[in-house]
Ligand binder design. Structure first.
Ligand code: HGY
Ligand code: MN
Ligand code: MN
Ligand code: MN
Length: 427
């Protein structure tokens, strides 16, 4: 017979909100920029401090902790049928420059607290429960998003890419990993998880959008994650003296970049859907002197859509624009590198149902919705049934220091996660 969750479980879940808030605040101090902003870059000294902090908290919660070759960290609570594939949960703690202290963190510290909540309630897991802190989710240092979960999902393409990946200071990926203590980072394929390693994966995350707060709803149950793509582009011209070179003789790499940035906006707005987005978040001019015509420009484009075909046609149009701008302006298109062009992911129906019933049993309002931000869940979906639980965040702010979620909303998310994990654990 299938064991049932005791009726009283949902009412016996209590979150140690004071301790959880303290942990969120302490973790935010491991930052390369001053409060209230957080900057925590993969394999940096602050990242290493944050890793140690998380491992200590996992151990204090009685989890058995291990790390893989690139620094995905796993904390497991063994179930009474440990031979069954575990249920996993988790998120990331790396943070882009000048961002906030909740993105990712809520899904790591909140997941460990969800385990504590279940332990305090007397619940015994059948399938083991495993908390994962992914090596890094943000693309900041090496331009590769969800680096840890892409490897867990078995990306051979990424293994080849990482062998020749360097950061903006020319530090090779492997050297950076080793400097953070991951001595056998070169053994990348050891990171791959076999299919069936988990029976499910659920990530708790702030919404990074305004809907839940605007509609006064406590919980978001994610049904799909939008399809992200990122492109690195470089133009080269002759540069020269800003005073001496007359306009007809110029091939200004900076203006080529500016024109392509506006072309991104044009193609996105003309896609036929409000769900298509495009951003040029990095635009660098060389040599970067007021009186020197840019001889080189470097721009990085992020474009997404919940519809993969529509997103792909925008990428194609951006490429066509880059070619025509380079011809018309006589600048060389020296790089047009599609770094990633990922498909969207659908959440698993059973996990959606588990999260919905958990919300109902906890008397929390909830709404099914898509995630326009990407997450490690996008890649975990390739090797196991996936689901995500959202909590409201202030005005939908994220990736900036004003990012905020109340400890009440965080505690609601932790309880829904705990009850969802419990349901999946005895399934
Ligand atoms: O950009 C994203 O969607 C994620 O929050 N890093
Ligand atoms: Mn983020
Ligand atoms: Mn995140
Ligand atoms: Mn994300």
């Amino acid at each position: 017979h299938e064991p049932q969750l005791s009726e009283s479980l949902s009412s016996s879940l209590s979150v140690d909100t004071q301790n959880l808030q303290k942990q969120i605040d302490e973790l935010s101090t491991f930052s390369d920029t001053s409060a209230p902003s957080v900057t925590r870059i993969l394999y940096s000294e602050k990242d290493v401090m944050s890793r140690r902090y998380i491992k200590n908290i996992m151990e204090a919660s009685g989890l058995s902790v291990r790390e893989d070759a690139v620094g995905n960290i796993f904390g497991q609570w063994s179930g009474y049928e440990p031979e069954l594939s575990p249920v996993s949960t988790g998120s990331h703690t790396d943070a882009i420059p000048y961002s906030g202290k909740y993105d990712g963190v809520v899904g790591v510290l909140g997941a460990i607290e969800a385990i504590n909540v279940l332990k305090r309630s007397g619940f015994k897991p059948k399938r083991s429960l495993e908390v994962i802190m992914f090596a890094s989710e943000e693309p900041t240092r090496f331009g590769i998003s969800c680096l840890g979960s892409r490897l867990l999902a078995g990306s051979e393409e990424l293994v080849q890419q990482l062998k020749k990946t360097v950061d903006s200071e020319n530090v090779a990926f492997f050297d950076a990993a080793k400097s953070a203590g991951y001595k056998n980072a070169e053994d990348l394929s050891s990171v791959f998880l076999k299919n069936g390693s988990y029976s499910g994966f659920v990530e708790l995350h702030i919404e990074q959008g305004p809907i839940l707060e605007e509609e006064g709803i406590s919980i978001g149950v994610v049904t799909a994650i939008a399809a992200p793509a990122s492109i690195k582009v470089e133009f080269e011209g002759n540069g020269g003296h800003a005073g001496a070179v007359l306009m007809p003789q110029r091939n200004d790499a900076g203006l080529a970049a500016a024109e392509l940035a506006l072309a991104v906006e044009k193609h996105v707005l003309e896609s036929g859907s409000v769900d298509t987005v495009g951003t040029v978040g990095i635009l660098e001019l060389h040599p970067g002197a007021i009186n020197s015509i840019p001889s080189k420009s470097h721009l990085e484009i992020d474009t997404r859509d919940i519809d993969e075909e529509r997103r792909n046609s925008v990428v194609d149009k951006i490429y066509q624009s880059a070619l025509s701008i380079s011809k018309r302006r006589g600048v060389k298109l020296s790089q047009f590198n599609i770094v990633n062009k990922d498909p969207p992911a659908l959440s698993d129906e059973l996990i959606i149902k588990a999260a919905e019933s958990a919300s109902r049993e906890l008397n929390l309002t909830y709404k099914k919705m898509i995630s326009r931000a990407y997450h490690d869940s996008l890649f975990m979906a390739r090797i196991t049934p996936m689901g995500m639980i959202f909590i409201p965040c202030y005005k939908g702010y994220s990736h900036k220091p004003e990012e905020y979620s109340s400890i009440t909303d965080i505690a609601n998310g932790v309880k829904v996660l705990a009850l969802t994990l419990a349901k999946l654990s005895i399934s």
